[in-house]
Design a protein around this ligand. Structure first.
Ligand SMILES: [Zn+2]
Length: 76
């Protein structure tokens, strides 16, 4: 008799880049496919969309602007 066993999947995918979004600091479920790379920095699709739709004067605008600046800022 063969007993069924639930084997936890502990294997991690190798070679898969899991980028962290510059703005929300989250990794989208799709990984690198869930966003864009700007100057080597990753921006998830949700934040990209937010930037596109945020207008000057919006309460989120200055917050986003500061975050976006980090794309071009040199990080040592
Ligand atoms: Zn994001």
């Amino acid at each position: 008799m063969v007993k069924e066993r639930i084997v936890p999947c502990t294997k991690k995918k190798r070679g898969v880049v899991l980028p962290v979004c510059l703005i929300c600091e989250q990794t989208p479920p799709d990984g690198i496919a869930g966003g864009i790379l700007v100057s080597g920095r990753f921006l998830c699709a949700a934040c990209e969309d937010e930037i596109v739709h945020t207008r000057v004067g919006d309460s989120r605008y200055s917050h986003l602007k500061d975050k976006v600046k980090r794309i071009w800022a040199r990080v040592k």
